[in-house]
Design a protein around this ligand. Sequence first.
Ligand SMILES: CC(C)(COP(=O)(O)OP(=O)(O)OC[C@H]1O[C@@H](n2cnc3c(N)ncnc32)[C@H](O)[C@@H]1OP(=O)(O)O)[C@@H](O)C(=O)NCCC(=O)NCCS
Length: 219
Amino acid sequence: MMYTMNWNSPLCRKLYQKTKNKCAFLYKEIGKADTPGGYIDDKFIVMDPSNPQDIETWREIVNSAYSDASYTLDEAYALLTNHPAVYPSETAFYLLDGKKAATISYGPIRSAGDTGGFFRIAVLPEHQKKGIGTELLRYAEAQLLSKDISRVEETIKLKRIGSLIMHFKAGYQPETSYAVRANKPKSFGKKAAAMVGYELLIKPITMSIYREFYLNKRT
Ligand SMILES: CC(C)(COP(=O)(O)OP(=O)(O)OC[C@H]1O[C@@H](n2cnc3c(N)ncnc32)[C@H](O)[C@@H]1OP(=O)(O)O)[C@@H](O)C(=O)NCCC(=O)NCCS
């Protein structure tokens, strides 16, 4: 099915405003040979969640990258050790000039262990748009692949436009349908309503952003 929604149209902008807390579903078959790029292993260090200094550093990076995050130490620890959707997770820091400047968490998702997921991908604001986020994705994909996980599903708020663009450029695509989705967040409420909402509203907007910021730029 083709979507012809114009991202700049008043209708699309209105829909986007109304759905800014809703999430796009993306996926990538990371086992495929055309997965682009690599990463520099030396730049990554795995977090020790039992080390309070690591949790504090994670909090500083995530709270400053996300305009809507303000984790306490306890909340950060709970999320990092017992994430509701991704289990068992591991978290890595990205080192820039020896300092921790970015982070990503990854692991098999609870509802389908052969599918992977990420959470709290964050780059310190002063270091964004330099390719670090993309390198985080490549690193985390490689960790999942090493655990025989060849598909990743991402749930991204539509309002996080920078993250959507980064994912599209890294080879992620809008999910083909809600039904094939392994990871259906509980917060989406009743299944039928979530499916209709996704197919009628969220997916067309996601496709519109995909076309605007990714497909059109390739031709
Ligand atoms: C989203 C985030 C992780 C991206 O990290 P980053 O290091 O800036 O990403 P990259 O530099 O690898 O960007 C990859 C591509 O996306 C583009 N991009 C990234 N953010 C963008 C934005 N806000 N607007 C437009 N394009 C953007 C980059 O220009 C780059 O494109 P290019 O290769 O053509 O130059 C970072 O902006 C961030 O921490 N944001 C706040 C937290 C967040 O939203 N996390 C993700 C939640 S799912």
